[in-house]
Design a protein around this ligand. Structure first.
Ligand SMILES: [Zn+2]
Length: 68
């Protein structure tokens, strides 16, 4: 997204673009899903969202987030 790093991209940036979910993948089991981000405070960075995510399949916490 315009070359910005995740640390600088916030939930507000994405919802401004009518994006209400991101692509998440688990680095442990490889599962992929699209968690909604609208329940996070707007100032939450994508890095922080990734840190708060838990894999629904294996419970792993090594989650990689990509903007759709
Ligand atoms: Zn997993």
């Amino acid at each position: 997204m315009r070359g910005r790093r995740h640390a600088e991209v916030t939930v507000a940036d994405l919802t401004e673009q009518v994006i209400d979910a991101v692509n998440a993948s688990c680095l442990r089991c490889g599962d992929e899903w699209q968690p909604p981000i609208t329940f996070f405070p707007p100032a939450t960075t994508i890095d922080k969202v990734a840190a708060l995510m838990v894999c629904p399949t294996c419970g792993g916490r090594d989650i990689e987030i990509q903007e759709p």
